[in-house]
Design a protein around this ligand. Structure first.
Ligand SMILES: Cc1cc2nc3c(=O)[nH]c(=O)nc-3n(C[C@H](O)[C@H](O)[C@H](O)COP(=O)(O)OP(=O)(O)OC[C@H]3O[C@@H](n4cnc5c(N)ncnc54)[C@H](O)[C@@H]3O)c2cc1C
Length: 418
């Protein structure tokens, strides 16, 4: 098929092969997980066993040593062909674990492999390999956007060594029912200003209460419940400043584009599954002795699906390669990115997001036209794909009503800082 994505690196090829080996099993479990409205623990046990959850962990520490963002996206797209809920949940874990690997690599280069800090980070990565750490990530809250979290950390007392107390509420915390840890952004105000910060917390931290309230139209087995934080106490060094609260920074633009482009891969995977489901169905269909493939109406709808799928793959593949190139050019030792550079990266992600999210909805809908009523029954895979694919445009940044405003501004050279 046109513009089909294929791995760009040897390590990526190994991760994608591991993901491919699970697609059929995930597809078989997906209907039951969707009906039960629960994350498939078995899927994650197998992802851990095949080391897909430790894809970014260096080879010497037991992972695949994946570096290519393109191949990360292809891994997510591949898994989504079987179960998109599992694919988006895995993506949240991979986003955080990639950051942990980056911290380890930086410490190793700066301090040496034998330094206690490097060793501590290596041990943490070991817990990703064994599956002792499975991490969800959240930036979303009601009544605000990701740049302006209301969840806030305040100092817990006046002593120099007193820690933080966190209060707030996060929604859409995908993977959280089976996660061991949660990473989130929050607000931190101190004498230096008003900051966006991040923290990684064990799920059993006192004061953190998952709400068991996920019951949605689609992505039902993604476990995207909300989580309440009431006087959650955190040691002083555990909070990390990310940039100014309420303003885009180079780092924040880069990390949001990086975390979310692979998520677009999940919606490509859904479209591919719908496309293949429709073609497999058509191969068995005839009316009054005439095979479905000989009907011109059928052929035109098939052609439109193929055209849209080619566009989605081409744009996402190009954005993925550009992102790999961007991070190679702006590696810490190379040139430092400017706000303009980072907005251009965000813009490319938006183009891919718009193209794939909308294209995938169209493709699944056309697959539904081709199957007719049989695809509309709840027991049919297409009914689940039809519901799952609709989640794509909601994903921030940017939602369906905000994306064009952002793209318009950047195209006009306005480089918005909030
Ligand atoms: C299945 C699923 C899984 C997700 N998983 C995660 C996750 O793991 N971690 C995470 O952090 N997030 C996650 N999200 C959240 C996602 O990224 C979005 O942040 C979230 O869906 C946005 O909230 P919303 O859908 O209510 O829409 P919003 O973007 O909050 O807005 C909804 C609508 O409000 C209206 N509106 C009202 N006032 C305004 C205004 N001033 N400006 C713009 N629009 C306005 C618009 O019509 C807009 O479209 C997930 C979402 C889904 C659906």
């Amino acid at each position: 098929m046109s513009f089909a994505l294929s791995p760009q690196t040897v390590r990526g090829e190994a991760v994608v092969a591991a993901a491919s080996s699970l697609v059929e099993t995930f597809a078989q479990r997906a209907q039951a997980a969707d009906a039960a409205n629960q994350v498939s623990r078995e899927n994650f046990d197998e992802l851990i066993e095949r080391r897909v959850t430790s894809a970014f962990v260096p080879v010497e520490l037991g992972g695949f040593g994946l570096e290519s963002i393109h191949d990360w996206i292809l891994t997510i797209a591949t898994l989504a062909r079987g179960d998109a809920s599992t694919a988006i949940a895995l993506n949240m874990h991979l986003v955080v674990s990639r950051g942990m690997v980056q911290a380890y690599t930086d410490a190793k280069a700066r301090l040496g492999a034998d330094h206690p800090t490097t060793d501590g980070l290596a041990q943490l990565l070991g817990r990703l390999v064994t599956g002792e750490m499975l991490i969800c990530a959240t930036a979303t809250e009601p009544g605000t956007d990701n740049l302006h979290p209301f969840t806030e950390a305040v100092r817990d007392g006046d002593h120099a060594d007193s820690g933080w107390r966190i209060n707030g509420r996060k929604i859409f915390v995908t993977l959280s029912p089976i996660a061991t840890h949660l990473a989130m952004n929050l607000r931190l105000r101190d004498a230096d200003g008003d900051h966006l910060a991040s923290v990684l917390l064990p799920m059993n931290t006192p004061g953190m209460t998952p709400q068991d309230d996920w019951d949605a139209l689609g992505m039902r087995s993604s476990g995207s419940q909300s989580v309440l934080f009431e006087d959650v106490r955190v040691p002083l060094p555990d909070l990390h400043k990310l940039g100014p609260w309420g303003r885009w920074s180079v780092g924040n633009l880069q990390s949001r584009a990086l975390a979310n482009l692979p998520l677009v891969g999940a919606f490509l995977g859904i479209a591919e599954a719908a496309h293949d489901t429709a073609l497999a169905h058509l191969a068995t269909q005839s009316r009054l002795g005439q095979p479905a493939s000989e009907n011109s109406g059928v052929r035109h709808v098939v052609a439109e699906m193929a055209l849209e799928l080619g566009q989605c793959r081409a744009v996402l593949g190009a954005a993925a390669l550009q992102m790999d190139d961007y991070f190679a050019r702006h590696a810490p030792a190379e040139s430092v990115a400017t706000m303009e550079d980072a907005h251009r990266l965000m813009l490319d992600y938006q183009v891919a997001k718009w193209t794939v999210n909308r294209g995938a909805i169209e493709i699944v809908s056309k697959a539904m036209d081709l199957l007719g009523g049989s695809g509309y029954t709840n027991s049919h895979v297409l009914a689940r794909l039809y519901r799952d694919v609709r989640a794509g445009p909601f994903m921030q940044p940017f939602g369906a009503t905000e994306l064009r405003e952002y793209v318009g501004k950047v195209t006009l050279g306005m480089w918005p800082d909030q």
